[in-house]
Design a protein around this ligand. Structure first.
Ligand code: SF4
Length: 530
């Protein structure tokens, strides 16, 4: 058994009986509606009917039984099987340990909250190290509320989706300043009062930290539920989303809601995975209708082999036109098996963006390179992060014009004349943000000595390579620096090679001893390998 943690008084959560489950199912049906009568139109038509003095319109038909959990005995069995598997197989994760051992409800909720925000769009393996460092640095809401955005960005650097860290800190400040440091105690209040906390995160915090019997629906849960109940309609459509939330709320175990929710997500992350689910090892396989369908097809195929094909339809099978089944245009595909579910609408193509960026560099102590980085504005994409001076390029701008535009931008920024020909092309670096396909056209420009920038422009600073990596810089900028370093490595080896060829004769005349500072113009003429 998983260790039980002390809980604040949780909202009343009695075990579900048949009438409760049916009520949940009926509510879901009314909300999602049948294909012919979704909720809003149905309400309007009932109102219209009574105004006209006619009989109220009938409630929409319930979804076919194959998409429901309507048998309390089956629900109980599924809960038991899933929780027993979770107790045996769950991964040991730092936030689970904290949630199970922390006595203080606010600290516990905070620990779960941080993990849930970090885990959005990011793999568990990547999050662990970030989570440990975060909780070590800011073990409480109060500590986080006192941190600067710069510190938050520095710790978050490399985790992606940077606005998550910023919003987490803003919400922590709100809890401290407006809620006297006390976390809201229900999923409803968490969602209502905390910026950046949506329905899923609120449900996860409330069920795991306070034991509130409320379900959660994330990508893993969507996959598992859609397979368990053969839901093949677009899983991001409001109708399906509503059904899944109703299902999650009906299924959640009343005595161990946090463990149950984590178990369902764990199942999706480790067993019921997107491409090759391990159905043979699945603790809920006997409840899975996608698997049942595959087995039925296999049995039919083997009967066919012996000339006795008798495919008997299930009494619960849909007869056609079902809003939760795969659309008629994309019917069940036998070659996909259980991975027929879930279905998603085609993804929107990411926006294609091109940015010219310049690695401005100089020799620092002992000849080691230093880089000039500049801070981005405090709102928008990558808010508050540091980067190499960059310029968003207009669509379709020709190559030589891109270089000129970047030179003009740098000139305006530094107040020095910068010729396009002084910019050395490094290469292109592609980075995919969630909705943007970003290509950085990278140049480098060696500088001599300090650059005095207009204090009115964005904050900037020189950093060593080590300082660069410790700064709040995005993964994309780390790729840019890597490209520049790779190029420098090639330059060094070609310079060394040609020096060897030229031999001792060329040594001395016109050479510069290591560490000597060149003037800007001389530097721009000098070999660029630092
Ligand atoms: Fe997923 Fe297979 Fe388990 Fe069904 S039996 S829930 S498809 S792993």
């Amino acid at each position: 058994m998983a260790p039980r943690r002390p809980r604040d008084p949780a909202p009343a959560a009695s075990g579900p009986d048949m009438s409760q489950l049916r009520a949940v199912a009926a509510r879901g049906l009314r909300r999602s509606g049948g294909r012919a009568a979704p909720q809003q139109p149905a309400r309007q038509s009932r109102k219209g009917a009574s105004l006209r003095g006619g009989a109220p319109a009938p409630l929409p038909a319930p979804p076919p039984a194959q998409h429901l959990f309507s048998d309390p005995a089956e629900i109980e069995a599924l809960r038991g099987n899933l929780l027993a598997w979770y107790d045996r197989c769950k991964r040991d994760l730092p936030w689970r340990t904290l949630a199970a051992t922390e006595l203080d409800a606010d600290r516990r909720a905070y620990a779960v909250w941080v993990s849930e925000i970090m885990l959005q769009q990011t793999q568990v393996a990547t999050v662990i190290d970030y989570y440990n460092r975060w909780m070590q640095k800011w073990p409480t809401l109060q500590a986080l509320a006192q941190a600067s955005l710069e510190e938050v960005n520095e710790l978050w650097a490399g985790l992606g989706y940077y606005s998550r860290g910023k919003r987490l800190q803003e919400a922590a400040r709100k809890v401290v300043s407006e809620l006297a440091g006390r976390m809201p105690r229900t999923a409803e209040d968490l969602q209502k009062l905390l910026p950046g906390v949506g329905r899923y995160t609120a449900g996860a915090i409330a069920s795991i930290s306070y034991g509130q019997a409320t379900g959660v629906v994330d990508g893993n849960v969507i996959r598992v539920l859609c397979r368990l109940r053969c839901i093949g309609a677009d899983s991001s459509s409001p109708l399906v989303v509503d059904r899944l939330w109703d299902m999650a709320n009906a299924l959640v175990d009343r005595s161990r809601p946090g463990d149950f929710n984590q178990a369902l997500m764990e199942l999706g992350a480790t067993v019921c995975v997107p491409k090759a689910p391990l159905c043979g090892e699945c603790p809920v396989k006997q409840h899975c209708r996608a698997r049942r369908r595959v087995e039925k097809e296999l049995a039919f195929a083997s009967q066919k082999l012996f000339g006795k094909p008798t495919l008997v339809p299930d009494v619960e099978d849909c007869v056609g036109g079902c809003p939760l089944c795969p659309p008629a245009t994309e019917p069940w595909d036998s070659s996909l098996g259980v991975t027929n579910f879930p279905r998603k609408a085609a993804k929107k193509q990411p926006r294609v963006v091109k940015t010219a960026t310049c690695v401005l560099e100089r020799r620092g102590c002992h000849g080691a390179p230093e880089y000039l980085i500049v801070q981005r504005p405090n709102s928008g994409l990558l808010a508050g992060l540091w980067e190499f001076p960059s310029l968003l390029l207009a669509q379709g701008l020709q190559e030589e014009k891109q270089q000129e535009a970047l030179a003009d931008h740098l000139q305006a920024w530094m107040g020095w004349p910068v010729a396009a020909r002084d910019l050395q092309f490094v290469g292109e670096v592609v980075h995919i943000f969630s909705h943007i396909h970003q290509t950085y056209v990278v140049y480098s420009l060696p500088l001599d000595g300090d650059v005095t920038l207009d204090p009115a422009s964005s904050p900037s600073r020189w950093v060593t390579e080590e300082e660069f990596h410790a700064s709040a810089v995005s993964t994309a900028m780390k790729k840019v620096l890597k490209a520049r370093e790779k190029q420098r490595g090639k330059e060094s080896s070609s310079v060394t090679g040609s020096k060897r060829k030229r031999g001792a004769k060329s040594q001395g005349a016109g050479s510069t001893s290591p560490g000597t500072q060149l003037s800007l113009r001389a530097f721009l003429r000098a070999p660029t390998a630092l």
